[in-house]
Write a new protein. Sequence first.
Length: 283
Amino acid sequence: MRLPSEYLARSRRIAAFGQCVSAAEGLARRDLYRPGELLSPQIRHAYPRFARKHPRLTALLEDYRFVVGCDTVKAAAGIVTLLLPHTRRLTVATSTVSAVVFGLERYRTNFGRDGSDQMQDIMATVVALSSAFRDREVAADFALRAINTQLAVSYFASGAIKLVSDDWRSGRAFVSVMRTEAYGHPRAAALLDKIPASSLLVCWGTILGETLYPLLYLMPKSAQVHRVLPVAGLFHLAIGHFMGLPRFVWAFGATHPAASYVLEGGAAATSIAARIGEVARAA
């Protein structure tokens, strides 16, 4: 079996490519960050006390050039990760910087952010925190298990929310989304109108697939990695194509190597006791 660091390097490379795509998109549409535009700052509304107490810092965060700088930093961190994913110091630096930048962008405004941005944020934070372990393989094992747990929670939570929604249970949700200008697909909407039952099938397929995802860990190993995970990958490809959200492919695709690592049994040398001992020594 491959070492944990090899799985993590693959995961980080996929995430880094998605990070570069996200940064390039932000730089190409930087005018949306200006006041009054879709991605304009919301600090004064969301955090009025902070804005009154720190007017200069607030003004800096509100300046659209600040976000342009953040996107530039994200792109640079992504490129370094793509080229040198195994270098420990660079791993700590790029993941920490990325986590900080994602946090600042989230603080500035939540508009325009989606599940892919949040997953990228979580992955960067987890990799940065894993640097507390001195042993490279132990650190990678910790990060992979944490990312895999977040993936399972994300799928289940998303499915559970849809399950309590009348629009999703009735099948109206998918066709309604396909009719929107921002996330829609005219041809898909037209096809769904012709075959109403297809929207119901997609809605319930999504609900069941996401809600029951944790059962993957109880299935035979041959089905876990070679059948279910590829289906999850196709699901994100469909989201990227029909909803115009290609970043989902890279953000969630980056978590699948972590799931593969856990499903394949992990590394015997990196037991829970070893991880706890490493933390104790680091402290």
